[in-house]
Design a protein. Structure first.
Length: 154
């Protein structure tokens, strides 16, 4: 991992997961429907699971062997990839939150892919691949929500 240490990689991953938890928790107040609130709550729970996995790995690196699970591939809809970046201010509307969150999930996915590449051939690399795919699932769900709540009315 050259200049990357296992600890450094896990701390970066933990920071990203904490920010996602904060984002989805605060976004619930801007959600347009009860189904949107449910989606955001589910995303909070999933990000908390990621955070917990990473914390377990930080406490006991031997646990990494137990953490990596088979990866299910998901289609990347790439909807937010082509949208302008949205800023996240207190005045942000639900559309801006979805764009911001989708782009953030892409950023987190890409970070995990890079960490997996740097840790190739090691169990921690498998864990990062798994986390990357889970972030892509989140992006997919956010893009589906964007399609259902924003694009539907355009």
């Amino acid at each position: 991992m050259s200049r990357w240490t296992l600890r450094k990689a896990l701390e970066l991953a933990l920071s990203m997961e904490r920010k996602s938890i904060e984002l989805y928790t605060s976004a619930q107040t801007k959600a347009l429907s009860s189904s949107s609130i449910r989606l955001l709550k589910e995303l909070v729970r999933e990000e908390q699971k990621h955070r917990n996995k990473i914390q377990e790995a930080m406490k006991d690196p031997k646990k990494i062997n137990e953490i990596g699970q088979p990866v299910t591939k998901i289609q990347d809809l790439k909807i937010v990839d082509y949208l302008e970046d949205a800023t996240l201010s207190p005045e942000a509307d639900y559309q801006q939150i979805l764009i911001y969150a989708g782009k953030r999930e892409k950023e987190t996915h890409d970070m995990y892919i890079e960490l997996a590449r740097k840790c190739r051939g090691r169990q921690i690399g498998k864990m990062f691949v798994q986390l990357a795919e889970e972030e892509l699932k989140h992006k997919h769900r956010l893009e589906k929500e964007y399609d259902d709540t924003v694009l539907k009315y355009m």
